[in-house]
Design a protein around this ligand. Structure first.
Ligand SMILES: Nc1ncnc2c1ncn2[C@@H]1O[C@H](COP(=O)(O)OP(=O)(O)OP(=O)(O)O)[C@@H](O)[C@H]1O
Ligand SMILES: [Mg+2]
Length: 392
């Protein structure tokens, strides 16, 4: 007998990001968060960040996500308007030990973390007696533990409250369908609570079924959010690519947050670069044989969420749209307008590589690379789409 074809199980993903992604900068007080925020939201090397409306308010700004394909498409179409993919970065106040119980800026801060899709965690790895550390000395491992503990305590507390509410409902006993669903939810959340309080690991590191991930997503837990660790070292350490804390930090992440990305960088260096014009900054990097880490940090923040882009291109506008991996054509069209999804007919699709190779739409057409795709088409990263919708 031929072997049974294995059915592919599509995993439900963490979180629920849409086209408007938000990352929050989290860390102990005075570790370089705001300086990093100012550097990343200003003009960034290789990143067309110089556009209006970048700053939403003093603590929140949109940054363009660098993408060579987008740049190439803009060159090819020469559109009147260019809209890259954006990442909204949010500068969050410092988190101290005891924040979960209201110490420092406490609970307000935690609700800011709840609102983001992913976390940039700035870890202080520079020695500088001038810059006060709230805990008295520089110790990145202690800082990493404090932050994850605070987030875990807050998650457990939140889940416990939610459980209390559920228990009240399910104890009423009626045997309706709705009650059955509530009981199922309760069973999953009991398991979540146990995991948080017993393993004391971020919720996203557990082994959860699709149904469980769906329920967990509905809770917006802090430890469900992917973390990108930004190890903030002195400019000198960054340039010589050596830092005494780095190996320990790597080890801590491997043990406590396996699979999460660590990016060594220097906030001080990035800040210094922002004082130059773009040409001067390139020159400075060349001279020092280094480069700004900001483009990589933006792209990594974006990729941590399992997202891809597709493009709409024309004389008027070249625009990048954000969708999750595995999104089908109608839902991808729905990101632009819900009517496109509801009245979806077909999508005319070119793969980026084909357009790049054949140079023009007409050449793509002639080569049979201008494809008509239906409702079941799964979007590929870089697709150029033209949607056709019917009347509703
Ligand atoms: N790599 C570095 N080397 C030396 N100094 C640094 C470095 N990174 C940041 N600093 C300095 O640390 C100080 C604190 O930075 P910043 O205000 O950005 O911290 P913060 O994390 O936003 O603090 P808070 O939690 O209070 O908002 C600033 O004086 C900044 O210049
Ligand atoms: Mg700050």
């Amino acid at each position: 007998m031929p072997p049974k074809k294995q059915q592919e199980v599509v995993k439900v993903q963490w979180g629920r990001p849409g086209n408007n992604l938000k990352t929050g900068i989290v860390g102990m007080p005075n570790v370089g968060k705001s300086t990093f925020f100012r550097a990343i939201t200003k003009s960034v090397l290789g990143n067309p960040a110089n556009y209006p409306y970048a700053t939403i308010d003093p603590e929140e700004a949109k940054v363009a996500v660098p993408d060579e394909r987008f740049d190439w498409l803009c060159e090819a179409y020469k559109p009147k308007s260019r809209v890259p993919a954006f990442l909204t970065v949010f500068d969050i106040a410092g988190l101290t030990k005891g924040a979960s119980t209201g110490v420092g800026l406490g609970n307000a801060f935690l609700s800011h973390v709840r609102a983001v899709d992913a976390i940039y965690q700035v870890v202080r790895a520079f020695d500088d007696a001038e810059i006060i550390h709230v805990e008295g000395d520089v110790d990145p491992i202690r800082d990493l533990s404090i932050i994850v503990d605070e987030l875990l305590i807050k998650d457990a507390e939140f889940v416990e409250k939610h459980l209390e509410g559920l228990r009240k409902i399910t104890s009423r006993g009626a045997n309706t369908l709705e009650m059955k669903a509530k009981k199922e939810e309760q069973a999953i959340i009991e398991k979540v609570y146990q995991y948080l309080t017993e393993t004391k690991q971020p919720i996203r590191k557990g082994d959860w079924s699709n149904r469980e991930v769906e329920i967990i997503n509905s809770l917006y837990l802090l430890t469900a959010k992917p973390v990108i660790y930004l190890v903030n070292m002195s400019e000198r350490d960054f340039l010589r690519q050596k830092n005494k804390y780095l190996p320990k930090i790597k080890k801590w992440i491997d043990e406590n947050s396996p699979g999460d990305t660590l990016i060594p960088m220097s906030v001080a260096f990035e800040e210094r670069l922002t004082n130059f014009t773009e040409e001067e900054a390139i020159e400075e990097c060349k001279k020092l044989n280094t480069k700004s880490m900001l483009p990589k940090i933006i792209v990594t923040g974006y990729n941590a969420l399992n997202l891809i882009n597709y493009f709409t291109c024309g004389e008027d506008e070249v625009r990048s749209w954000t969708i999750r991996k595995g999104t089908k054509a109608p839902q991808a069209a729905g990101v632009i307008h819900t009517d496109f999804e509801k009245a979806f007919v077909v999508g005319e699709i070119m793969h980026y590589q084909d357009l790049f190779d054949y140079k023009t739409e007409n050449a793509c057409r002639a080569a049979g690379k201008y494809l008509t795709k239906g409702k079941e088409y799964v979007m590929e990263s870089g697709d150029i789409a033209h949607w056709k919708a019917g009347k509703r």
